[in-house]
Design a binder for this molecule. Structure first.
Ligand SMILES: Cc1ncc(C[n+]2csc(CCOP(=O)(O)OP(=O)(O)O)c2C)c(N)n1
Ligand code: SF4
Ligand SMILES: [Mg+2]
Length: 353
């Protein structure tokens, strides 16, 4: 991965701000994982910006000792895009929630992914609106009881990674708050040049407690988690089970692997550039299948910021800046005439080109 010589320690990324998350919230573990990862990336607080929208998750910039913007609901992608274009040398981390990023901000999130602006995007998915006291969100499971769905949600939930892929994202990964692998996932996102989307399952212990226990609880985790590694076979359950592609139905299937012979069982070797398989992995229903975690897709293309800056440089190459000439160029008008005070209206004149 992209480990660099650290110029900071974990302490350098901690702030003196009082952390306002509830005791036991999964956000704490994510904060620690990020603070542990930044020194390993060789990041410099003077060059790093955390940008968020609104929600419990979006309080994140207060707790990182760097530049930060706690912006408006759902609009972090617009701010982050502007910051990146204004100063492309800045390393941008966007923090959003399932409500912030997929309800009010779904449109903005789609465009930052489609445009491929170079930044890391962490979507904390707790399947609930935490900050506003537990209303259901676009990722809440069917049947979720909340103040806004007292009879249980009837919506079909959005899958953030499927949304990201559908929007054109070139890097899609998944992790969860207390996972020891989260720093590696974040490092891979940072190594990707372009919009790198990371869904992080996060336990809201107050309004949606332990909703990810089905796959995240440590006991028996290896039977329920498929950690993907580029170039490695898709094995889980201690290498006794794997994922294969049925060539007749073109669907994924779980297969038993005997004596470690995954080749005979036709287990797929993970290729992070295979977009079709990435789509299948993010849609894989948990239960019959394990939860696919780690880097699902990573296939860079030119970034919006690189291209916009190249365009800008091309447009001004060999030209002297001249504001007066710019203002007088193109279609201009001269307004002339007199004020007719007796008629009681301020100005009546002529506009000529
Ligand atoms: C324009 C606007 N509409 C609604 C709200 C109320 N509001 C604040 S946070 C939030 C949802 C946050 O949910 P999520 O992004 O999942 O964050 P979490 O608190 O779960 O981390 C809502 C609806 C607001 N602040 N501004
Ligand atoms: S309401 Fe939920 S998400 Fe918000 S701080 Fe509390 S536990 Fe965390
Ligand atoms: Mg939420």
């Amino acid at each position: 991965m992209n480990d660099m010589t650290p110029i900071t320690t974990v302490k350098d990324w901690e702030t003196d701000q009082e952390v306002r998350w509830c005791p036991g919230c999964g956000d704490y573990a994510i904060l620690k994982a990020v603070q542990r990862t930044l020194p390993q990336l060789g990041s410099d607080p003077a060059n790093t910006v955390f940008v968020s929208g609104i929600g419990c998750s979006s309080r994140f910039p207060y707790y990182i000792e760097s530049y930060g913007f706690h912006t408006i609901h759902g609009r972090a992608p617009a701010f982050a895009t502007g910051i990146k274009l204004a100063n492309p040398d800045l390393d941008i981390w966007l923090v959003t929630g399932d409500g912030d990023g997929l309800s009010i901000g779904g449109n903005h999130l789609m465009h930052v992914l489609r445009r491929n602006v170079n930044m890391q995007i962490m979507l904390f998915n707790n399947e609930i609106y935490g900050l506003t006291k537990g209303q259901y969100s676009p990722t809440s499971r069917e049947g979720t009881k909340s103040p806004s769905t007292p009879l249980g949600s009837i919506d079909h939930p959005a899958r953030p990674c499927a949304f990201a892929l559908g929007a054109g994202a070139r890097f899609v990964a998944r992790g969860f708050d207390v996972s020891k692998n989260l720093p590696d996932v974040l490092k891979a996102a940072h190594a990707h040049r372009g919009a790198a989307f990371v869904e992080i399952f996060q336990n809201c212990v107050v309004y949606n407690k332990d909703v990810f226990d089905d796959f995240a609880q440590p006991k028996g985790a290896e039977d329920r988690q498929l950690w993907l590694e580029d170039g490695a076979p898709m094995l889980f359950a201690g290498g006794t089970r794997g994922i294969t592609l049925n060539h007749e139905t073109l669907r994924l299937e779980v297969v038993e692997v005997t004596d470690g012979d995954w080749q005979t069982a036709k287990v797929i070797v993970h290729d992070v550039t295979n977009r079709a398989i990435a789509h299948m992995l993010v849609e894989m229903p948990f239960g019959p299948f394990p939860m696919a975690l780690g880097v699902l897709y990573d296939d860079p293309v030119p970034t919006f910021d690189d291209m916009a800056i190249a365009d800008r440089e091309h447009a001004v190459a060999g030209k002297e800046p001249n504001l007066a000439r710019l203002l007088a160029s193109g279609q201009t008008w001269t307004v002339s005439g007199t004020v007719d005070e007796s008629a009681g209206h301020p100005a009546r004149g002529m506009v000529s080109k």
